[in-house]
Design a binder for this molecule. Structure first.
Ligand SMILES: [Zn+2]
Length: 99
């Protein structure tokens, strides 16, 4: 693994003496690279219609079972990622780099 792998504008995976670590662009160490970094984030969960215009569903009952989650750095507040999931489901583990 290179010294740092950029995942998005605010999130990267960095090699350290303690192994691969998820790190925010502000430098905040979030989590071990082999874990779901979302567990270390501040989270806002809202109805999917709050994503924006055009995201409201005509399937009202289905939409009520879904939510929009935003994951933020607990230090600087930068948004690190988002997901749409069923209300009550665990956070999607969709960033799992091979180390
Ligand atoms: Zn940060």
């Amino acid at each position: 693994m290179r010294e740092q792998v950029i995942i998005n504008e605010n999130l990267s995976l960095r090699r350290t003496d303690a192994g691969a670590r998820f790190v925010c662009a502000c430098g905040h160490d979030l989590a071990d690279g082999s874990t779901n970094f979302k567990e270390a984030c501040a989270v806002r969960e809202s109805p999917t219609a709050d994503i924006g215009e055009g995201y409201a569903s005509f399937a009202v009952e289905m939409a009520a079972q879904m939510c929009f989650r935003e994951f933020f750095c607990p230090d600087c507040g930068a948004r690190l990622t988002t997901e749409v999931a069923r209300v009550g489901d665990p956070y999607l583990w969709d960033t799992a780099p091979r180390l």
